[in-house]
Design a protein around this ligand. Structure first.
Ligand code: TXA
Ligand code: MG
Length: 315
């Protein structure tokens, strides 16, 4: 069992090369000192994560970015200024201080400042940038509670900080704003509409097959252990089935377990509950999960993206 301790002790574990799982506003992260290649290697090992899938580095404060990477392109700085702390990850050139294992050999790095006071306090106390992917085994459901981390990674983590359920519930939006027009590499908790309002038109260029743009955006990802399908048609294998609904339970059908994401139809609330609901359905002893798509607007696009990738795992 990983230890539960205070922020200062957890920061000392990070400085000593250990792994600390901590809450952010999006999902729980599995943190290690981003300046220490051995510590970063432990993340890949604990998650069984392929070495080609680079990590996001987390800073305590937006002002720490120029100190780490030097000058940043004006559009990147503008987005950081507008949305940090927050669920936006930005792509910058990798500085020499960040070892290549963190970026999987890319000459760019992903970086963000989480909007969660305890996370920022942890990073500040550690005094180093903290590399942190979601604290789940590779390809599986993301953790939105400390219990999910313990169940998924258990003894592979030195410390788990429990901050309760995370506020956004899905991962940050990843944007490469180094070129002429910002490119969204992963849909996430910051809606595309908010980006457009701040910086004008953006391009959404998510990877889905072959060599993905953001290597973690593989076609199959975010998957429960139970087979998940997005379309109820033809989904009848006679077993106990679970249903993931957006606003209300299905009117017909024989469902052994039903989770409703948001009775009031609120997409932000639905995103916040998505992985928690999938974790519960996964634990409900059903043989199949049927998930209903949500309206494809705002953060709903990111929810549908997660559902599509979860379903793709089972095709
Ligand atoms: O909300 C989040 O972003 C959470 C919390 C913990 O901050 N972290 C997270 O990390 O979702 P992870 O490892 O599950 O996803 C990181 C994504 C991957 O898809 C990875 O390929 C992409 O970031 N990424 C990292 N560095 C990149 C780079 N230099 N260029 C493009 N994509 C990159
Ligand atoms: Mg992840």
């Amino acid at each position: 069992m990983p230890a539960d301790c205070g922020i200062d002790e957890a920061a000392a574990v990070l400085r000593a090369g250990g792994l600390v799982a901590f809450p952010t506003e999006t999902v729980y992260g599995l943190g290690a000192n981003a300046l220490d290649p051995n510590a970063a290697a432990r993340i890949f090992e604990a998650k069984a994560r392929p070495s080609f899938d680079p990590l996001i580095s987390h800073l305590a404060d937006a002002a720490d970015l120029p100190a780490l990477v030097g000058a940043v392109p004006p559009a990147v700085a503008a987005l950081a200024d507008r949305f940090w702390p927050g669920p936006l990850t930005l792509i910058v050139d990798r500085p020499a201080a960040i070892p290549p294992i963190v970026t999987s050999g890319l000459d760019t790095m992903a970086v963000r400042v989480p909007d969660e006071p305890s996370a920022r306090a942890l990073i500040a106390a550690a005094g180093v940038p903290v590399a942190a992917p979601s604290a789940n085994r590779f390809g599986q459901l993301s953790p939105t509670r400390a219990e999910h981390v313990v169940a998924g990674l258990g003894g592979a983590v030195d410390v788990v900080l429990d901050g309760g359920p995370t506020r956004c519930g899905i991962e940050s939006t990843i944007v490469d704003a180094r070129g002429e027009r910002p490119v969204v590499l992963r849909l996430g908790a910051l809606p595309v509409e908010a980006l457009v309002e701040a910086v004008g038109p953006v391009e959404v260029r998510q990877g889905s097959s072959g060599r993905p743009v953001a290597p973690g955006t593989l076609a199959a990802h975010y998957a429960p252990r139970t087979p998940l399908r997005l379309d109820a048609v033809g989904a009848h294998d006679g077993g106990r089935r679970g249903f993931l609904a957006f606003r209300e339970p299905p009117a017909d059908g024989d469902w052994a377990a039903v989770e409703v994401l948001s009775p009031s139809g609120d997409l932000t609330a639905a995103a916040a509950r998505l992985f928690d609901a999938l974790h519960r359905l996964d634990a409900a002893g059903v043989t199949e999960i049927v998930a209903e798509a949500v309206p494809d607007a705002g953060v709903g696009r990111a929810v549908n993206d997660r559902l599509r990738r979860a379903a793709a795992t089972w095709h």
